[in-house]
Design a protein around this ligand. Sequence first.
Ligand SMILES: [Zn+2]
Length: 180
Amino acid sequence: MKIAKNTVVSVNYKLSDAQNNLIEDGAQPMVYLHGGYENTLPKIEEELDGKDVGYTSTIQIEPEDAFGDYDPNLVKVEERNRLPEPIEVGMQFEGVAEGSDEEPVIFTVTEIADDKVVLDGNHPLAGMALRFDLSVIDVRAATPEEIAHGHVHGAHGHEHGHEDIEDSEPGDHFRSQPLQ
Ligand SMILES: [Zn+2]
């Protein structure tokens, strides 16, 4: 079966930066609902559209097509006593960036001094060109329920009841490892 809108694609991947430094060696395949549901990066969907099991490819995705440019305005220093304890580098908090349109931002703790904490609201992969080695291992038709929910169920997919959940923005798969 060829990859098309409303197919569920399983793809083995390896993620490196443009200098070929390994960022994430996908121990588990990425399994996503194809067709513009924002379950993976649009450039990956574009690359795989119309392809079949066995297709392999290496693509490089520039920051503007991945997690955006690095924005120094999203870095802020916070009083340590305003944050929960214990606190450690790599922890993430949801907050609102100053001067923003109040879109919530995930802040990652990047530095801790005695009484100050540096919070970085950039995605850990912001500003980086990303190189994906992709290898398609399975393609199946999505179920009507998966199409209605806009994401994959079952093995490697979302495990949940029938309540609707709001999650799963592009790149969630690659947020699992905080990067220095
Ligand atoms: Zn669901």
